[in-house]
Structures are given as C-alpha cells and as structure tokens.
Design a protein around this ligand. Sequence first.
Ligand SMILES: *Cc1c(COP(=O)(O)O)cnc(C)c1O
Length: 415
Amino acid sequence: MNSEFDLKLIVRKNIWELKPYSSARSEFDLYGLLGQPLISSTEGEHIDATSQNSPLGEMSAGQRGLTLLDANENPESAQNLNRYPDPLQSELKAELAKQKRISKDQIFIGNGSDEAIDLLYRIFCEPGKDKALICPPTYGMYEVSAAINDVEVVRVPLKKDFSFDLNEILNRVQGDRKVKMIWICSPNNPTGNALLKADLKHDWQTENYTRGGMMDMPFSPEFEQEMLENQRKLDQLFGNFNGIIVVDEAYHDFTDNVSFINRLDDYPNLVVLQTMSKAQGLAGARVGFAFAGKEIIELFNKTKPPYNVNELSQKAALQALKNKTATEKSIAQLVTNRKWLADQLTQFDFVKKVYPSEANFILAEVENANQLYNYLKDNNVIVRNRHSQIPNTIRFTVGTRLECENVIKTLDKLN
Ligand SMILES: *Cc1c(COP(=O)(O)O)cnc(C)c1O
C-alpha cells in the first residue's frame, strides 16, 4: 500500500482551489429529486405548460407541480430536448454502480473516455512543468492530449514481446519527481495483449463463490505462485509512485481478466478508464467512464464542463447497460470471429506473425504493410496501417463474420 500518497500534493494548485461553476441544475438538483418518490400524490396529477419530459427521472417536473424557471430554457418548445440534462448523470451512475459493485461517487462519466484523458492532464499536470509516462506503442491520445496541455511525455517502450517494463518504469519515475501520471493501456491498443493484470487470489475465490462454489476453493501451487507474483508487481508499481496510475480498460470486455475496478480500495492513486464505445456498441453516443476514489472523482466533477454528457447519450447508455444479455451475446460472437480471423490470417505467406489478442482487433505483421493497406483500400476494405508505430503491421478490427470473410476473400485474391 502507498503510505506516502497525498492527493493534495499532486493536484494542480489552481484546480485544488477551484470554485466550480454552479449551473442551474446543480444548484437545484432536479434529477436527484426526480429519482425520489412523490411526497404528495395529489400534486402529481396536473400537468401544465411547464411540464417537461424527463425520460431519466421516474417522475417529471410537471407531475410534481414544479415550475422550472431557473435555467433559461424554452418550456413553450415542442422539442423534447428542451431541458438541460442531469449534470451528474445520476440514473446512469446508479445502474453502473450496481453492475460494477462500487459506489456512485467512485464514477465519473465523460463525453467519451477521451474527455477523461484530457481532464486527467488538466487536473494533475502543470503545463510546461509536469510530465506523464507512456509505454509505446500504445493509444495515441495519451500523447496528443499531453501535447495539447503542454505536458512533456516520458517514453518507456514495451519490450520486444510487447510486455511491460516495470523495472524501467520504476527507475524513470523515481529519478524524476515531475512525472505525475503513468498511462497503462490494458489490453493495449494496438498490440492487443494485457499489460498488467488485476487478478488476485480473492477475486478468483469470490468469482467461484458467486458461481456456487466454495469460498476456500483449493488452487494449484502454480496458481498460488502466479497470484502472489502479481500482487507483488502491483504493490511495487502502485506503492512506489507518488502520482496517478491510469489503467485504460477500453477493451476489458474482451478479456477474461479481472477489472482494475477491483483494486480501487487497495490503491488510492489508481484511475480506471472504460468506455461505451467498443464492446458496448455505442461509439456514436460518446460515453466513457473514469473510476477512482471519491476525492479524485470530485476533482473530475468540478473541472468538467457542467453538462458534459447530453440527454440522448445518457438515455442510450442506460438502455445499453440494462440490455446486458444482448451485449454479452455480441461480445461472445466477436470473440468467436476473432479466433476465426486470426486462424485465417495465419495461413497467408505474406503474414509473418499474428499477435494474440485480448481485444476486438488483431495486430498482424506482414511483408509490406503499406502495400497491403493500399491493396485492401483499393478493394474497399479499410483497416488500420500501424507501420508508423510498429514496422509492417496492420491492425484488423474484428467485424461481423461476413466482414471477416470479406477481408479473407480479398486477401485470397492476392495469393
Ligand atoms: C477507443 C479507445 C478509447 C476512446 O474511447 P472513447 O470513449 O470513444 O473516447 C480510449 N482508450 C483506448 C485505448 C481506446 O482504444
């Protein structure tokens, strides 16, 4: 555990002292109220011109006899988006809290997780002074967001096998107090492997128990050893860094590993990112999450724009979350497609290596990535050329079975 960690010491002074903008909807917490049962049932009957549709609340403002004249909206409008959305996305957070087994005040919801990435820089890194550590090749936004916020990037590349260089990371952060954040993308984009595992023995015990097994299920000595080793690694990383460690789990739904959300109580300097854009199928809605201790979430809340997640997206996200069975089915289908696509790709002579993937994409090393990319593009198949990051690699998003067959058929014509 990190006895040294003191949040105040690593937050930017202006953010720590920031008095946030107080919006109409935060001053009068309409949505908090709407989630509560009616006090007087007679007032609930009349609906007049001030009534509003509140698809997120159980009971509309009009139904409660509320006259809402505090936010300069247009109640005469025929639009059903005429009211500002819930600034703190209370209903969506309640569902997430239930599903992730955490509390609502450990959740930040953003306009995509890209918003959370930007906010993290703005909360913790003094422009022109502080630094952030990344492990390339990885997700490009960590570096772009750093540049926008005038934050220098320290690079500790992944090892040749794309594993995580823990010793080198510890060396670099211990010798440099200006490093305020470490970014870990796991499973990593574009390599597809898990860089760090949150799995500890008690997770597996709980998992077994919830499936009807015994709490003290015996494990093999190898398993015990692996869990201990993982625990040691995590304590070493989280305990020896007096800054924020962000674990980006955008692709978590495609792995069998335990989420780092399970480690929030162990490590006060941990921030976990997840998104509705990938497995949850809502890339168009722009909804992403940061999970952390409640002091960190409070910093997010006061730094974010007041109405950062719009009403339509909040509704869509809530609906998708509640429709868990459909999502799980689609994920299982993608995992099947992933295996099929990987097996097929391996058979081409010009494919040198297909990297194992715990995400919804496959990275392959080919003879000539630029040439192959252009050939596919000319045949209306668009993939991601990752040559500039990792020489001669192409990243294939796993599509529907038909789309996967289409890529393979197109490649077949090359042989
Ligand atoms: C796609 C992706 C994101 C972005 O998610 P949004 O919620 O759509 O902004 C974040 N991190 C990684 C690693 C990604 O690949």
